[in-house]
Design a protein around this ligand. Structure first.
Ligand code: GLU
Length: 444
């Protein structure tokens, strides 16, 4: 069974990049009846906030990406310590004593010599006595995972294809700080093993982490999961801007973006499949396929999101939006007004054309005569609008804009808007006749 996980750090709201990763992991699991897990990566106690944990859960619920289970790294620290001791006894973890400044200096020297800034393993070369001396000075070590340099690290990436890394070209990753707190690398591996994760799908900024983590899986005698790294998401201006990177789910919701619009866009953005306003998740799931994911950065365009959103709004059923509609607006009202909306929140503006009061334009004398005739000719039926316009067409010889526009202006005060055939029954007989008569009398 496929088991995926979405592993956000609760240090902020989910932004489009995270949402996309969550969605793809959800899709990968759902596509073949697997499990999608939420893992809260909260080992960084200083930056993690409970309010963000709640917000992440709420955002996933809003997006309809319900996890099948949740784990929290802060509740698994014992397990990490046990594994730490095991790897340490096996010689895969060693203490290091450099300060941040010393490491930075080493980095600069390497770069200055035109060399990659790889950790030089000075700490690994320390003798027992030298270590004891450091400890005696009161320097608490941080801890590094010793990469095995003997053979290349290889995997078949679900998006990037065959990957090969020379471990000697990587720094031994720091996995634990001097104060005993954990960095992301090893806990993630231990959780993935413990949670039975079969597929790790994440951004390509994690590719070199994956190389090191594959060795951690092996050091724990576990089979590494399948890995796939998707190209990063960039804004239309070419990078994930500060604005886009900080735009949380709440900002999309407030802007009137439907979760289905975000889902439809992000499901296919950066793939070879066309982005379409598909509200039906089953359809999106059917077509979901990692092999269609491109290597080039996926461009997120707000205007495209707005377009998809409008098209999705036009498909929404009354039941899906009823609690967000103005009081009194019923299913027929929703159907009449829906095609004119780019956001559900605009429904109130159009609904006012039905409930009134409306403001009519000034009409020419000729139009006033015509509108008086309309008021007299209005006969109520299932379809009063088409009956009225047919009658007026026959009686006055008007057609096209001449026939329709004064009527629309008199009945709604607007030059454009929802389908009149649907709107007039909602306005009702009495009010429709009164609006026509008022327009015939001069309007306003
Ligand atoms: N907490 C990590 C992040 O947000 C998780 C990465 C992963 O999926 O392993 O980058």
């Amino acid at each position: 069974m496929t088991i995926t996980r979405f592993a956000p750090s609760p240090t902020g709201r989910l932004h489009v990049g995270n949402i996309r990763t969550a969605l793809h992991n959800w899709m990968l699991a759902r596509k073949d009846g697997g499990r999608f897990m939420l893992r809260i990566d909260d080992t960084d106690a200083e930056r993690s906030r409970e309010e963000y944990v709640d917000a992440i859960r709420a955002d996933l619920a809003w997006l309809g990406l319900t996890p099948d289970g949740e784990e929290r790294q802060s509740l698994r620290l014992n397990m990490y310590s046990v594994a730490f001791e095991r790897l340490r006894s096996a010689g895969r973890i060693y203490p290091a004593y450099e300060t941040a400044q010393e490491l930075e200096l080493k980095r600069k020297i390497a770069l200055g010599r035109g060399l990659p800034p790889i950790y030089d393993r000075a700490a690994l070369a320390l003798t027992e006595d030298e270590r004891a001396a450091k400890e005696a000075e009161g320097i608490a070590p941080h801890w590094r995972f010793r990469l095995d340099h003997d053979r290349p690290i290889e995997w078949d990436d679900g998006v990037r294809g065959a990957q090969k890394f020379d471990p000697a070209q990587l720094s031994d990753p720091v996995i634990r700080r001097a104060d005993g707190s954990w960095l992301y690398m090893l806990p993630s591996v231990l959780d993935d093993i413990n949670m039975g994760v079969t597929d790790v799908l994440r951004g390509e900024d994690h590719v070199s982490n994956t190389a090191a983590q594959i060795q951690m899986f092996e050091a724990m005698d576990a089979r590494p999961p399948r890995f796939a790294h998707e190209a990063l998401l960039v804004g239309s201006e070419g990078k994930l801007s500060k604005r886009l990177g900080s735009l949380g789910c709440d900002a999309f919701r407030e802007r009137g973006i439907e979760p289905e619009a975000l889902v439809a866009l992000l499901a296919r953005l950066g793939t070879s499949q066309p982005v379409e306003p598909i509200a039906d998740r089953a359809r999106l799931l059917d077509s979901f396929d990692l092999s269609t994911f491109g290597r080039a950065p996926a461009k997120f365009d707000d205007a495209e999101l707005d377009r998809i959103n409008a098209a999705i709004v036009h498909q929404l059923d009354f039941a899906e939006v009823a609690d967000r509609l103005p009081a009194g607006m019923d299913e027929a009202g929703w159907h009449a007004i829906r095609p004119n909306l780019s956001h559900v929140g605009e429904a109130g503006d159009w609904w006012r054309l039905v409930t009134g009061p409306i403001e009519q334009p000034d009409f020419s004398d000729e139009d006033r005569v015509y509108l008086a005739e309309a008021a007299a000719a209005l006969v109520w039926s299932d379809d009063p609008w088409h009956a009225l316009t047919a009658t007026l067409k026959a009686r006055t010889g008007r057609k096209g804009k001449q026939l329709f526009l004064p009527l629309r202006q008199a009945l709604t005060g607007m030059d454009h808007g929802p389908d009149m055939g649907e709107l007039v029954p909602l306005i009702g007989e009495e009010e429709a006749r009164a609006r026509l008569a008022r327009a015939a009398g001069g309007g306003r």
